[in-house]
Design a protein around this ligand. Structure first.
Ligand SMILES: C[S@@+](CC[C@H](N)C(=O)[O-])C[C@H]1O[C@@H](n2cnc3c(N)ncnc32)[C@H](O)[C@@H]1O
Length: 281
């Protein structure tokens, strides 16, 4: 017979004070989620506690303090690495139509993917640049603070099951070839071609604690700031503004906007729906 008391989920939810737990994660391991949206963090902590059979907050704190692997897994989970090749195909269509002509005016092109997760977004960009004849004069800096995700990105190996969806996205995004020209199949996985990797520089960069990354012509930071609180969003927007050349382009996710930030009047809206902005000065 199982005498263990079931978890009182209602009580558990009420007990969770994200700030306390985030302080421990920061003090002990340097993972800094203290300025992330409280609702997002609370939801994730709650799910993790239920999945791990953790009954109350003091048990959760003890586990984080004493179990480095548990803390690393929690960090991975809080950072949300969901992504896709050619995610939001209409966005890539707009990039092709509205941004590529601007990039064509530069003799060399520097692009920063901030929060690149497992790399799909950077490979999509590499494909787009190749098809537009710009790849050879481009450098793509793809950064994330999640080293596990970055290691995956560098390998460029993805499960076969995802390829059907990625192919559809690629076609809807205005792809000019067959998507299969960009990878080789290997035992249930695909491996992105080396020619796409040559001009991608992968690097660990934390948008909360690290400074300007490089002077670039285009920044993509999509589906990252949605998890940040207002202050952190403003801070990171300042970092991007400093990193962009005059006339440089900033791309956000479809649920993100510059509209309510301090920098809104520093940009022109190139595509309102797809959240593509051009730096004025
Ligand atoms: C939901 S994914 C978005 C991936 C991709 N940009 C896309 O739109 O498909 C969010 C990524 O942002 C990264 N991230 C979150 N906070 C970050 C920070 N402070 N510094 C750098 N990357 C961060 C996460 O590790 C994760 O890989």
């Amino acid at each position: 017979m199982n005498n263990r008391k079931p978890i009182d989920t209602h009580q558990l939810h009420l007990q969770i004070n994200p700030a306390e737990i985030l302080d421990i994660l920061y003090q002990k391991y340097g993972y800094d989620f203290r300025q992330y949206s409280e609702a997002h963090i609370k939801r994730r902590l709650y799910n993790r506690m239920l999945m791990s059979g953790i009954k109350d907050v003091s048990q959760m704190k003890g586990r984080i303090m004493n179990d480095e692997l548990f803390a690393a897994d929690l960090m991975h989970e809080l950072s949300i690495t969901v992504t896709e090749m050619f995610r939001d195909p209409k966005f890539y269509k707009s990039l092709r139509e509205n941004v590529i002509p601007i990039l064509k005016t530069y003799p060399f092109i520097k692009i920063w993917h901030a929060g690149c997760s497992t790399g799909e977004e950077a490979y999509s960009m590499a494909i787009l640049l190749k098809e537009e004849g710009l790849y050879d004069r481009s450098t793509i800096y793809a950064t994330d603070f999640n080293q596990q995700a970055l290691n995956h990105a560098k390998e460029g190996i993805y499960p076969n099951e995802l390829i059907k969806e990625y192919t559809t996205n690629y076609q809807l995004a205005g792809g000019k070839e067959s998507f299969s020209t960009y990878y080789s199949s290997n035992y249930g996985h695909v491996i992105m071609h080396q020619s796409l990797k040559n001009n991608i520089v992968w690097a660990n960069h934390n948008l909360v604690t690290d400074s300007v990354f490089a002077e670039v012509h285009l920044i993509l930071c999509r589906n990252v700031m949605i998890y940040f609180d207002k202050n952190l969003q403003n801070k990171v927007q300042n970092l991007f503004h400093e990193s962009l050349v005059k006339g440089g382009i900033l791309c956000l996710g479809t649920k993100e906007s510059l509209r309510f930030t301090d920098l809104y009047d520093q940009y022109l809206e190139l595509d309102k729906t797809q959240r593509i902005y051009k730096k004025k000065y």
